[in-house]
Write a protein that binds this ligand. Structure first.
Ligand SMILES: C[S@@+](CC[C@H](N)C(=O)[O-])C[C@H]1O[C@@H](n2cnc3c(N)ncnc32)[C@H](O)[C@@H]1O
Length: 282
């Protein structure tokens, strides 16, 4: 179904409202490839009707629009360096800080916009490799995403050969995954470290945290500057005072002011938000 300029206006409003994605006129191809089937299956004659129905309470249709329009690209150990930083710097520092206190052997991670879960399971593998006595720690890795279909797969923890081939190191495969028919399934010991929830990052999340580490990678690149800025300031508030924030390889927070001074380790960049440089989230 071809996209008219009027469709584009209405769809941009809808998508911004539902999930924060900024669509401009150049994204007509994206609409056609991702939403034409949703519109056809819902029996909508045009995109304006799709928008009207999605906004007038058709929750199922809204879910389908969000699932279709969001980009779910992800892989195990994506970009490598954040996981090296976790392994060589962040987790050892957290362990040192907490090891001597029997009351604080709790480590909390949040993968905000985790897609189908590979990021969360990669963190769980790093932790399992580093902590031989992992059962004596209270580890919680929370994965959240707006897309129901992604969260459903993340919860199942089941991946195709193709997905496994994208980033899962061969020496970890049998240790952390088991055969599930033609697919691979995350072993229970790893699965037990991770929880998943559907969450829209546009909505308040002050009920979450505080977290020792937050990964929020490759989602804010789709937001407009105000939504992005607001998101990272709100995320910084969910970190412990010495917490660590990781963003995507192509992202930088240096334009967000002194609160977000980058730190580099093992060729990876992370942020430890400086509360002295705090700015009010708008
Ligand atoms: C490109 S994936 C990134 C996955 C993972 N963080 C990574 O870097 O591999 C972007 C994810 O952001 C999710 N997303 C988009 N808008 C969102 C929102 N408003 N709230 C929560 N998740 C959102 C999408 O559903 C998608 O799964």
């Amino acid at each position: 179904m071809p996209v008219t300029p009027q469709d584009m206006l209405e769809l941009a409003k809808l998508v911004k409202q539902l999930c924060g994605l900024a669509l401009d006129d150049s994204k007509g191809y994206l609409i056609e490839s991702r939403l034409s089937q949703v519109a056809a299956e819902a029996g909508c004659d045009n995109y304006v009707e799709l928008c009207r129905r999605a906004l007038s309470g058709d929750r199922q249709l809204r879910t389908k629009v969000v699932d279709a329009i969001t980009t779910h690209e992800t892989l195990f150990f994506r970009d490598g360096s954040p996981f090296n930083v976790l392994k060589h710097r962040v987790i050892p520092d957290i362990i040192d800080a907490k090891a001597n206190s029997p009351l604080s052997k709790r480590i909390r991670f949040w993968c905000a916009a985790c897609s189908t879960g590979q990021e969360c399971y990669s963190i769980a593998i790093v932790l399992s490799e580093l902590l031989p006595n992992i059962a004596s720690w209270n580890i919680n890795i929370l994965g959240t995403d707006i897309a129901d279909s992604s969260i459903a797969q993340a919860c199942r923890g089941t991946y195709s050969n193709y997905e496994i081939g994208r980033g899962m190191p061969p020496n970890y495969l049998h240790k952390y995954m088991q055969r599930d028919g033609a697919n691979w399934k995350v072993r229970d010991s790893l699965r037990a470290l991770v929880q998943f929830e559907r969450r829209n990052l546009l909505e308040p999340f002050h009920d979450l945290g505080p977290f020792d580490v937050i990964f929020c990678r490759n989602v804010a690149i789709y937001f407009d500057p105000t939504t992005r800025r607001n998101l990272f300031h709100r995320l910084a508030e969910r970190l412990t005072p010495t917490g660590y924030l990781f963003v995507g390889a192509s992202e930088s927070l240096t334009d967000l002011g002194p609160r977000f001074a980058p730190k580099m380790y093992c060729r990876g960049i992370f942020y430890q938000p400086n509360m002295a440089g705090q700015q009010v989230a708008t």
